[in-house]
Design a protein around this ligand. Structure first.
Ligand SMILES: *Cc1c(COP(=O)(O)O)cnc(C)c1O
Length: 599
């Protein structure tokens, strides 16, 4: 869809929601656990009069409104007809809606009848399909909601309730697909209460209920909103929106660290007795988490060489496998995954592909464009970017169909902790991220602190600029090391002879990241001497800082791994990892040159 069309689409829906105040809901259910009842309650709360239409409840009251058997029996004028009935009933209902003079016909999320669309258009009626008025209203009214969904809309005007719209061109809204703009604006309109242009740090644990009914609606997930900061917080939600915008995702959920984000991404998918197939080249901490700690949940993990696609294809055949997990650009030695092929292999057997995009960042790679379903980040690294805030995020592209393929019962079966709602049926493609907040955060509690969300929002503003400079510097340093007589090899995907150069060209833009490894001709002791003799470059276990960082994995980050795992993850005794910072590259080279002289 073109940029203009997208704005028009949102403005069109905003216009409809501000003008169509009396809504007949065909297929409204008196069962408060059904999606139609949720939507009706939400719309009532936001000033709409909703008339239920359902022959099986005719004459009864639903949420205080008399229910009619058909549209024609309603004795007053209706603006809009919202259809909660299967596709085949839509043409008939649309004809009836036209007969009673409704201006708008709106088919619910998952419902789309081409014939009904044709009839409505021929009669000059507004027609909307496969959308939910509750979700559209909460998106357009700037509500931060229960979760950080990517609204795709940015604005320099403070958010105001949908009606009346802000007195500005296009209702005050612009849309951008440019990463530089999204990195600064996505998720952070001026504060609605104070006009504050910088995102406030909502340093609060809890949020008032307007009344007990409002409280009940929040707890029942009928109304999006904040309850308690373990589940959601406005500053964290702003960060979630921004990160998901940078990946062009549907929504995101943040967590206290990258490792917590991995748990968060896997928890809705995995059950006891199920299995993860993951790259053997994963970040060392992830290997330990997957193969040791997750065993306590009775989750199994099989590590495979993801650069051998036949091996991956074979591994995912096991029906207990629920997910395929790899890094776009591996930490530490810069291997590049063939994301499109991995996505195809995963989708063939009905499982999602998770890509850890920490090292690449959305600036050089958007894994969703190549078919990844979920993307995870340690925001501790480049996203916050200054080595000052732990954090993690899961982005959902919103494309994976949880009710087909292998079984994902947490999302597709009644959830007893939420009055038996079925998340996928109730929230459609919003199910995964809603589950992350409503269940995983609620019960596992690995919440990101608002201050860390704030620091990460500030960091993200310069992510595009920083990444380009990080990568320019990395190129200079990789070239210097490649020519140095004491260096045996430099594992940087920018070199044409590098095994992963072609895959990097296919998946990355503007560079090859700024974390890579090199090895010395001498062994373990030489490597230790080198890291200990750097005076500008810091010897520590982080990456993705403005400061240049160096570490010797065999004696630090990968120490926990056994010999076989070390070999599988490509670690050797003299291998050194560099994370190139933003200092002048000449100073970084001088520091390495001096330390190499001593080796
Ligand atoms: C650091 C890192 C993690 C873990 O993130 P934390 O924020 O340290 O918990 C996961 N994956 C990769 C690729 C990382 O570099």
């Amino acid at each position: 869809m073109t940029l203009k069309k997208n704005i028009e689409n949102d403005m069109f829906i905003a216009d409809i929601l501000s003008k169509n105040k009396i809504i007949a809901m065909v297929g409204a259910s008196k069962n408060w656990k059904r999606p139609s009842n949720f939507v009706m309650k939400y719309l009532q709360k936001h000033g709409y009069k909703v008339i239920p239409v359902n022959p099986s409840s005719a004459g009864e009251y639903i949420l205080g409104e008399l229910c009619y058997a058909s549209l024609e029996e309603i004795p007053f004028q209706i603006d809009m007809v919202n259809i909660f009935r299967p596709d085949q009933f839509c043409p008939g209902i649309t004809k009836e809606a036209i007969k009673i003079g409704a201006k708008t016909i709106w088919m619910q999320l998952g419902i789309k009848s081409e014939e009904a669309i044709k009839i409505a258009k021929k009669n000059n009626k507004n027609i909307i399909f496969d959308k939910c008025p509750k979700m559209e209203h909460s998106k357009l009214s700037g509500a931060l909601g229960l979760a950080g969904f990517n609204s795709n809309l940015i604005s320099s005007k403070r958010s105001v309730p949908l009606s009346p719209p802000p007195a500005s061109r296009n209702g005050g809204i612009v849309k951008s697909n440019e990463l530089e703009t999204l990195a600064i604006h996505a998720g952070t309109r001026p504060d609605s209460a104070t006009g504050s242009r910088s995102m406030p740090i909502y340093q609060t644990t809890s949020y008032i209920f307007d009344d007990t009914d409002h409280a009940a609606s929040l707890f029942n997930l009928q109304e999006p909103g904040n309850i308690y900061s373990r589940l959601s917080n406005p500053t964290v939600s702003a960060l979630e929106q921004r990160i998901s915008a940078l990946d062009d995702g549907l929504g995101a959920c943040c967590a206290a660290s990258g490792h917590a984000a991995q748990l968060l991404a896997l928890f809705p998918i995995m059950e006891p007795g199920t299995k993860i197939v993951a790259s053997s080249k994963l970040y060392g901490g992830s290997i330990t988490q997957f193969t040791k700690t997750f065993k306590n949940f009775s989750w199994d993990a099989e590590l495979v060489d993801v650069y051998d696609l036949d091996a991956v294809r074979l591994a995912v055949q096991d029906p207990s496998v629920r997910v395929l997990f790899a890094e776009s650009l591996a930490n530490p030695d810069g291997n590049v995954s063939d994301i499109s092929s991995l996505a195809d292999i995963a989708h063939e057997v009905g499982i999602p592909l998770i890509i850890d995009n920490t090292m690449a960042t959305p600036i050089i790679c958007q894994p969703g464009k190549f078919g990844a379903d979920l993307i995870i980040y340690s925001t501790t690294k480049f996203l916050s970017g200054h080595g000052n805030a732990m954090g993690g995020a899961v982005v959902d592209m919103g494309k994976f169909k949880w009710n087909t393929g292998r079984e994902f019962s947490k999302l597709t079966k009644p959830d007893p902790s939420y009055h038996d709602i079925n998340f996928y049926e109730t929230f459609g493609n919003h199910a995964f991220i809603n589950y992350c907040h409503a269940c995983v955060m609620r019960d596992l509690g690995a919440t990101m602190a608002p201050l860390n969300a704030y620091l990460t929002l500030i960091g993200l503003e310069t992510l595009p600029l920083r990444m380009r400079q990080h990568m320019k510097n990395a190129e200079k340093i990789a070239q210097f090391l490649n020519k140095h007589p004491k260096v045996s090899y430099v594992s940087w995907a920018g070199f044409e002879e590098n095994t992963f150069h072609k895959l990097a060209k296919k998946h990355f833009k503007d560079g090859y990241g700024s974390v890579f490894t090199f090895s010395l001709k001498d062994g373990y002791d030489a490597a230790v001497r080198l890291v200990e003799n750097c005076n500008l470059i810091s010897h520590l276990a982080n990456v993705g800082d403005t400061k240049s960082l160096i570490v010797h994995p065999a004696s630090t980050t990968h120490r926990q791994l056994n010999e076989e795992q070390k070999q599988n993850s490509g670690i050797n005794d003299s291998m050194i990892r560099l994370s190139i910072g933003l200092e002048n590259y000449k100073d970084i080279i001088e520091d390495l040159k001096g330390a190499l002289e001593i080796v």
